[in-house]
Design a protein around this ligand. Structure first.
Ligand code: R5P
Length: 285
């Protein structure tokens, strides 16, 4: 068995490979003149674990070509790990005739892989599209460990959507938790308020969310927390996309830590241990 990394998840693949003692497969990946991707697995395979996040979009074609290369290299059994499953927020038709991207991607993966592991899927509805082949890995304990190490006083979720997870993080870290009220005005604009009776004055707060996309949620939450006297704001999330860059956070937050489901400058926490142990449990079962 070999681990076959896609371009989006090379760092994580290498960590998982070291933990499990499963070697990384040699791959030749390049671009044609028109930008199209070429993938060749450079050795015969018997079994393969493909690891690839679907953000940016190019990760989707990378997963498909990498799995085909693994198959053509002889792999009879191919497992997929999707550290960040993009396109998962459209998990239903919110308006008539919309494409349901979470469903379509799930169908593509179900067809090709024996099992599909996903780290913190956006919603249970999204996970349901993977049916019995899907297995979710939860990263709350990874975040809680960092929250505790950083000396925070309270865990704050920016909305009801991450409330349960925020409460889990606070329980594991042994801290109290608060969740804010969020109203989404548009794709890029949100309004945040602190619930009545909650206080953050002079507190070091851990602001935790499942993902940072435009950063609107984190920025608005940070502004409100600062206005209410928070001493410091440390931001934590599972998936850090930072689609609007990272300079906008300066002056508003004191630190940002994401996991390596999306690899970047802030991915200080790693999901490698939880991914490795889930794979081990599955392949040994
Ligand atoms: C919302 O449901 C999610 O939990 C995140 O709060 C949201 O996706 C973050 O997006 P943005 O960074 O664009 O505000």
């Amino acid at each position: 068995m070999k681990i076959v990394a896609t371009s989006n998840s090379e760092g994580l693949s290498s960590k998982v490979s070291s933990i499990l003692g499963i070697p990384l497969s040699r791959i030749n990946r390049r671009r044609f003149a028109d930008g199209e991707l070429y993938v060749r697995v450079e050795e015969p395979l018997d079994e393969a674990i493909v690891v690839g996040s679907t953000y940016p979009d190019s990760g989707i074609i990378d997963i498909l070509l990498t799995s085909d290369a693994a198959h053509n290299a002889g792999a009879k059994r191919i497992i997929l790990v999707v550290p960040y499953f993009g396109y998962a927020r459209q998990d239903a038709m919110f308006q008539q005739y919309e494409a349901v991207s979470a469903k379509i991607l799930s169908e593509l993966f179900i067809e090709r892989f024996e099992k599909v592991f996903v780290v913190n899927m956006h919603s249970p509805e999204g996970m349901a599209f993977l049916g019995k082949k899907g297995l979710e890995i939860r990263a709350e304990a990874v975040i809680a460990k960092q929250v505790k190490e950083d000396g925070n006083d309270v865990v704050i979720s920016p909305d009801d959507g991450f409330r349960e997870e925020g409460e889990n993080i606070s329980k594991i870290a042994g801290l109290p938790s608060i969740y804010l009220n969020k109203k989404r005005v548009s794709d890029t604009k949100v309004e945040i308020t602190i619930p009545e009776g909650a206080t953050v004055k002079d507190k070091i707060v851990a602001l935790a969310d499942d993902m940072i996309s435009t950063g609107g949620t984190i920025l608005e939450s940070s502004k409100v927390l600062k206005q209410n006297g928070a001493k410091a704001i440390n931001v934590y999330c599972v998936h850090g996309l930072f689609v609007s860059g990272t300079s906008r956070y300066a002056g508003f937050v004191d630190s940002i830590s994401t996991t390596d489901t999306v690899e970047g400058p802030f991915s200080k926490m790693t999901v490698s241990e939880i991914v490795a142990s889930s794979i081990k449990k599955y392949i040994e079962s």
